[in-house]
Design a protein around this ligand. Structure first.
Ligand code: 5AD
Ligand code: SF4
Length: 459
């Protein structure tokens, strides 16, 4: 592995080179994967282009987590098909989770030339080159080792302040509803030295925040192959990144309630640059549902983790994911979710309706028996409740002072800046000559359920 090669790579826009257009759907991990893909393609002589109509190659990085995510991508493929009618030599590639899940059936759309799964990106230059001579190309082989550790992602839509770093790939949990373990393969942790190098490189290029990404960061464990007694766990990795500079903020996601130990919480408490925010998906407030989801914790176990976070990190924001209408969910199970939301009072939540995914454990073993009407009603109830709680929580911030890292100018007004506090809440405030990448102290003056309005109180 070429480790010394670490470098800051910027997007190349060179119209003399073959033009590649990349569109990304899904999670932050996919955004980071697209940055890895661009890095590989730039090294192979391709240039990024921002207009689909100028592209020689269109790549779409896809998500399979819910059916509607896949439908959106299939809709885009139809648009690309029209584009291909105008430009016969246009090459179209599907990357990521849908590529892995649907494999060569994607060729049936009569649009796609390349299908490349999440572990096949190093192969892309070869696959693209082969299309002209040999026609359709596919690589959906999953790896037990690939972490793209030596590749410097090219930050595409970056604000130059905050960047994602993938610290692991895949997932070993097999939550029964989830397609991810099948599309992204087995869990593997990336060499900590390559993570530190990437974070340092970002910091020396002006970035002030890194967001460490993994499906389940708490199970991060790197074992030195030459000396298996030498290991690094997630709490240790967090500390190593936090030590790079007090000026570099560290965030991470996603945590798993069954694996999030107190060690991580104490490390967060020790370093003021590790942001006070934990994303801890609960999925359901009912122990019966959690068991059927194969989450490996109970309602009580989850609440105990919340209590521990609040004991060790009193200012820590907690957000969650929840699924409404999983197989066999009764009104009583749903009421348990509602009561858990009232008890925890999350700062925010991503709320979803259960969507059966082919070949998952749930699809094979349980009936998707909650009607769409009931799923919709339950989801709406959760969303309405959470919106109220988010607003109440934000109101509690009024009059408080927070450190904010400025990310850029507000979309609404050039005189206003936006940035997040440690709790990951978006703050809007008068610029007063400040710039992206600066830390400022602000006092919250008013709010909506999504945003804090504030004024700068000191530098
Ligand atoms: N249906 C609905 N939501 C799902 N999620 C994962 N799989 C499904 C599914 N089949 C949600 C979970 C997870 C988030 C990323 O997506 O809440 O935490
Ligand atoms: Fe899916 Fe569960 Fe893994 Fe998250 S932890 S990616 S929900 S299997």
């Amino acid at each position: 592995m070429k480790q010394e090669q670490y470098r800051n790579v910027k997007p190349v826009f060179d119209t003399h080179k073959p033009q590649v257009f990349i569109e990304t759907y899904g999670c932050q991990m996919n955004v980071n994967d697209s940055e890895v893909v661009l890095s590989i393609l730039q090294d192979a002589g391709y240039s990024l282009c921002n207009e689909m109509t100028n592209a020689d190659i269109i790549l779409i990085n896809t998500c399979s987590i819910r059916d509607n995510a896949e439908q959106r991508v299939l809709g885009r493929l139809e648009v690309f098909r029209q584009e291909k009618k105008k430009k016969k030599r246009l090459v179209i590639g599907v990357l990521g989770c849908m590529a892995e899940r649907m494999k060569d059936s994607l060729f049936e759309t009569n649009t796609v030339d390349i299908v490349a799964g999440p572990d096949a990106y190093r192969d892309l230059p070869k696959l693209i080159a082969a299309v002209a001579s040999d026609g359709r190309q596919i690589n959906t082989i999953l790896s037990h080792e690939e972490t793209y550790a030596d590749i410097s992602p090219v930050r595409m839509d970056s604000n130059g302040v905050s960047a994602y770093i993938s610290i692991m790939r895949g997932c070993n949990n097999v939550c029964s509803y989830c397609v991810v373990p099948y599309t992204r393969g087995a869990e593997r942790s990336r060499d900590p030295q390559s993570i530190i190098r990437e974070a340092k490189e970002l910091f020396s290029n002006g970035y002030k925040e890194v967001n460490l990404l993994g499906q389940n960061v708490d199970s991060y464990l790197w074992v030195d192959r030459d000396n298996p007694t030498k290991t690094v766990n997630f709490a240790q990795l967090l500390e190593l990144v936090a030590l790079i500079s007090p000026q570099l903020r560290v965030r991470f996601s996603t945590s798993h309630p069954k694996d999030m130990g107190n060690g991580v919480l104490y490390t967060m408490a020790m370093y003021s640059n590790i942001c006070n925010h934990i994303h801890l998906p609960v999925q359901s407030g009912s122990t019966v549902m959690l068991d059927r989801m194969n989450r490996k914790y109970t309602r009580e176990g989850y609440l105990e983790r919340i209590a521990k976070i609040r004991e060790i990190l009193p200012d820590c924001a907690i957000t969650t994911d929840v699924i409404a209408g999983f197989c066999g969910e009764t009104q009583e199970d749903h009421d348990q979710t509602i009561s858990l939301f009232k008890e925890v009072r999350f700062d925010g939540a991503f709320m979803f309706m259960y969507s059966e995914r082919p070949n998952t454990k749930a699809a094979r073993q349980f009936k998707d028996d909650v009607s769409v009407e009931v799923k919709t009603a339950r989801l709406t109830e959760i969303i309405d409740l959470q919106n109220e709680i988010s607003l109440e929580r934000n109101r509690e911030s009024i009059g408080k002072i927070y450190e904010v890292l400025i990310e850029g100018t507000s979309k609404r007004s050039a005189d206003e800046m936006v940035g997040r506090n440690q709790q990951n809440k978006m703050c809007v405030f008068a610029a007063e000559g400040h710039h992206a990448g600066e830390y400022v102290m602000v006092e919250v003056t008013s709010c909506s359920s999504a945003t804090l309005h504030a004024k700068i109180v000191e530098n």
